[in-house]
Write a protein that binds this ligand. Sequence first.
Ligand SMILES: Cc1ncc(C[n+]2csc(CCOP(=O)(O)OP(=O)(O)O)c2C)c(N)n1
Length: 904
Amino acid sequence: MTDLSDLGSSAFWRVNPKDADPQETREWLNAFDALVETEGRERATYLLRRLLDHARKRRVQLPPVLNTPYRNSVDLVDQPQFPGKLEIEQRLSSIVRWNALAMVVRANRAHPELGGHIASYASAADLFEVGFNHFFRAGPAGEKSGADGGDLVYFQPHSATGVYSRAFLEGRLSEAQLGHYRRETGAALPSATGAVSASLAHQGQGLSSYPHPWLMPEFWQFPTGSMGLGPIQAIYQARFMKYLAGRGILDTAGRKVWAFPGDGEMDEPESLAGLSLAAREGLDNLIVVVNCNLQRLDGPVRGNGSVIQELEGLYAGAGWNVVKLLWGSDWDALFARDEDGMLLQRLHETVDGEFQTYAATDGRFNREHFFNKYPELRARVAHMSDEDIDRLRRGGHDPVKIYAAYHTAVNHRGQPTVILAQTKKGYGMGHWGQGKMTTHQQKKLDVEALRAFRDRFSLPLSDEDIEQVRFFKPAADAPEMQYLHAQRQALGGYLPARSSAAPKLAVPAPSQFARILEGSNGREQSTTMVFVQMLAQLLKDPALGKRIVPIVADEARTFGMQTLFRQIGIYSTLGQLYEPEDHDELLYYKEAKDGQILEEGINEAGAVSSWIAAATSYSAHGTPMLPFYAFYSMFGFQRIGDLIWAAADSRSRGFLIGATAGRTTLAGEGLQHQDGTSHLIASTIQNCVAYDPCFGYELAVILQDGMRRMLAAQEDVFYYVTVMNENYAQPPLPEGAEAGIKRGMYRLRLSSLGGAAETAVGTEHIPRVQLLGSGTILREALAAADILEQEYDIAADVWSVTSFTELRRDGIACEHWNQDHPEDPRTSWVEQCLAGARGPVIAASDYVRAVADLIRNWVPGKYLSLGTDGFGRSDTRAALRRHFQVDAQSIAQTAARAIASSRA
Ligand SMILES: Cc1ncc(C[n+]2csc(CCOP(=O)(O)OP(=O)(O)O)c2C)c(N)n1
């Protein structure tokens, strides 16, 4: 048996183009069969491989092959002329490298607990710089600018120092700001122009550790700090841009999405989650550049293998255009002389753990251990000095090769491109950092190391500059500076830059939803149905209708949204290539190039990434959109909570609709489906406005107000609203309830036991309780009030709590205010509501008790919370509510006990 392990994961894609000459094909196949029979499979494999290599040499196009040799994809003969001034670019990148490094070293010197990363940007610097000098197009986002709106770049988060450092040279960040890297509280600092931006004035102007639009709203567009979220968001952003174009909303042709993940980051499931969608949808507006420095934080990414070959197989298998950018120009001559394939063989047998060692060692070591293994290779580098060997660059450090790869990528049509760029971690940090196992966390460099760095990159810095770790910026008329500005001007301006300039949209007045506000006239209906009804109405709105982006993850039918399939169509880049099975039905499954629904399949991460793209379209595209992503509430915050956190950081504006929500409302689905916590998690996200309404009119008031706040007032908030699948009669909006619905609670029922309901005067002798209910459990509270009055002679007032979260925020805001303004104190809405209300307060929701506990600080007197703590399980609603003690009986008993104990 031959050892096939050296074949790696090579495999052919099965593509079957039309056969131009079947007779000839048969002869070839017969010959092949004869070969296998007479000479055996091993020989056949060998010959196939030779044939492929030979074809490649003859530049015959091959069918897609998952793995190609360990060399650059762009052949020397196809390499475009480098259009830049290489020497100036090298000087510029050296300066950017220095300031990035200085930022970290200075922060760490001043405050040892601060710091940052040096080694990652050191590896990514040239990849970024070639982008900045030649490719990343900037431009005003906006409905009018359309195709000129510029590129969208998702930067590797911990290489942010390099982006700051470049912005410093560009005059967009000041030295004071660089000096406050990772120090973001305190007074605002003057920017490079001397001005303090209004939007930053209240929050200081230190530079955030990673890209955070929340903290640097005029700079960063996309938060990438949590590994894996950058790559998936980039894919769905590119897809959303095609969607905008497909629907005729915005011409996005010519604009690209670039993403720069690390090779270690590719182990995150989200990094790979969108690959097939990207290929399927032909996202040729997307370029992913994986910085393959072969290391992650702890050590090598694939010490015993090859991360580049592995990623090549994955991307190629998914249908991407894969461009390997492995070796710098100095290797060209070596490859040219590699007729016997010995160099390639040596590269193939080297695992990444060894490549890392070669990065950490010098030319002499590399000669001895890499080249000298085979006499043929030893002879081939005999004319080179150890220094020459040391200078053999990896592809990701050679602007000429990087340019060639990027050029190929931007001109490729029909597929997304991934560039697998081989680099060295800690490039240029000598034996202090380059290729070292511990380099990721290196924050300190002593003066000797800094001096060596200066010499390595020929920086014009004095010994004193080095000792003081001074930032360096050439004079405005220096050739580097002129070049830098000229290149950026040619590309449309500077980047990254975040804009929030977008038209304000008028939203329908509350009266437009009269049908919902009037109630269902006794007809039983779930709030999910009310939501769908409202959505259908909004879709018909002449102004707003086209802005709506309904998103589902294969649950439209569960939520009764299937009527929308026919009405507005499902977006598909291909339209509909088949006659749907239900084509003769009125509401058939319609896919269309201008379809409005994004049907993401069973893919919450993808669906919420689409939602983020739509919810930030006002910023990235100057084109406000209004996404509604409806999902099983359990598979939202719990499952893809980190993406929602990124959505918050991104200043998303849109609706997340947690459907079939609650732990007991969704009766039969059991432990994994029944959600008792999403509102608790939602409460932790400061710009997430969460509501758990019970009635259709509450939902209508909330959605209308949400639209007003996000589209008309342009507040940076997003909404999480839970809707249920429990059917009941929907009452009409009680007079004057709107304000309370929005603020989080209002009194729904004032007990009339023993006296006039309006005043409750004269009922002081009757024991009284305040029942708070939210979501469908409000109905249990109403029933509990009946029980209390009828069976216990206890008067019970009932309050609908639409949002414990908003009530809490209001309470906290009042406390903050009162801290600073003792002379003019404010009273929280909970305190205002319950000021005259007598008796213990009992709250119940379909979520864990901690949700109701959120308002404990502001509830006067005794406060008892009921909730659904523990795992969900299947049973009838009634049985489940009894089990969790949130049914009417349990609420009534709790209230009665509270009264009894207060008497005792
Ligand atoms: C979800 C998540 N997990 C862990 C981290 C911490 N972290 C930051 S950078 C890093 C290593 C990144 O390695 P790689 O992607 O190879 O990039 P490199 O720094 O080598 O360029 C880790 C583990 C994170 N930021 N996000």
